[in-house]
Design a protein around this ligand. Structure first.
Ligand code: SF4
Ligand code: SF4
Length: 90
């Protein structure tokens, strides 16, 4: 099936379908989560456009870097600055 045939009417893409797109090597920064500072509010998970900021075992939050685009929205939403965006090491 061609790429055109896979598009829905109007090119609308359902939420979280970007999980189908691995980031590759182009990300320029990545989020680092501080489990000690995190209060478990879940805002990073709610606002991550790629659906990859998620609760992990123990109630902390982390990210699957295979899909994280490094946009920094999660860090911007975190009320206690528990997420630091750091430069990607190439
Ligand atoms: S940097 Fe962007 S893509 Fe990565 S976890 Fe945060 S909000 Fe999601
Ligand atoms: S936004 Fe910050 S405090 Fe809230 S769950 Fe995510 S890392 Fe924890």
């Amino acid at each position: 099936m061609s790429a055109d045939e896979q598009l829905t009417l109007g090119g609308v893409v359902e939420p979280r379908t970007s999980l189908a797109n691995e980031t590759g090597s182009w990300r320029s920064q990545r989020p680092v989560f501080d489990a000690e500072t995190c209060i478990g509010c879940g805002l990073c998970e709610r606002f991550c456009p790629d659906g990859v900021a998620q609760e992990v075992e123990g109630g902390a939050y982390d990210v699957d870097l295979t899909y994280c685009k490094g946009c920094g929205i999660c860090a911007g939403q975190c009320p206690v600055d528990a997420i630091e965006m750091v430069p990607e090491v190439k």
